[in-house]
Design a protein around this ligand. Sequence first.
Ligand code: NAD
Length: 360
Amino acid sequence: MTGKILVLPGDGIGPEIVTEAEKVIQALIGRHGLKVEIEHGLIGGSAVDATGKPLPDETLEKARASNAVLLGAVGGPKWETIERTIRPERGLLAIRAGMGLYANLRPALLYDALAGASTLKPEVVADLDIMIVRELTGGIYFGEPRGIRNTANGHREGYNTLVYNETEIQRIAEMAFKVAQKRAGRVCSVDKANVLEATELWREVVTEVASGYPDVSLQHMYVDNAAMQLVRDPKQFDVIVTTNMFGDILSDLASMLTGSIGMLPSASINQSGQGLYEPIHGSAPDIAGQNKANPLATILSVAMLLRYSLNEETQARRVESAVQQVLTNGLRTADIYSKGTQIVSTAEMGDAVITALNEC
Ligand code: NAD
């Protein structure tokens, strides 16, 4: 079967890192028999500039007709002050909602070669392997009503709504338990059930879903404690399942346990297995256009794309092994550089991965 991938470079460093990831896909097509077609589209600030919308209808149509979307990143100072409803980040929220991508999988995996890059002691983070399963289409980022209004006494107030229904909680819990079955068999559900009713229901429903997975253990934790535990003893976690906003924050925290935001991929998946694959970092406007950005998170996003949307486990492992190999060979972009290693550019890092791929 020939798969279809829609590539959306986006803004800032997006085009640079996506170019390297595409080179990897082309190498798999050319040397390893991968059968995929690649299309391109606009999203984010570059789409606003070209069409007036952060997610043009054409992009969403193409995304829905693809097996998977590979995205760079969106946003930047140029679009920070434009009207809120057409800001680049709205394009990201809209494509997630438009494709029904309710589950976001974010691994936090420590590569041996980068153990020194973490700010935590090596013994705290060595062999770290956590999967954060974040609910992505509900919760406070989407809840209505929302806005900024004037109150009767002439002051402005901002407001948002945190709402979760049973179905939304059930399906993300199912995803977490299924992921845990393929891993160490432990789920920690993170909420704030002592304060927020929406997450009191979250806790109840996750507990109900757990009864269908007797081979997986379930623990509940409040989000403030989870943040503390992630820094104190991160290896206690296998799979963490949590709400949209808590997952957003905790996954960034977990990413720093591994040393660099430039190393971590993510997958957002819908009920039919279509997915959006992107690095967890943003568009890094401070280094855009300088050939300095780390492309490995985007290349590892390709590995997740191959695994979860194209069912190409062998090709996925090939990409992951190639990344492992370049790190073992001592190549580093500036963000993961340490003494005794060799600093390379974005393009040189991509080329090195392809060389390693061709040796696999
Ligand atoms: P950021 O992730 O873009 O950058 C944070 C820091 O990490 C910066 O110092 C940056 O240089 C560095 N960094 C990020 N990715 C890197 C990489 N691949 N290689 C080397 N260094 C890297 O976060 P930010 O500065 O808070 O946001 C910048 C813009 O990105 C904003 O407009 C924000 O809205 C947007 N953003 C987009 C996404 C997304 O597209 N998914 C996510 C987060 C932020």
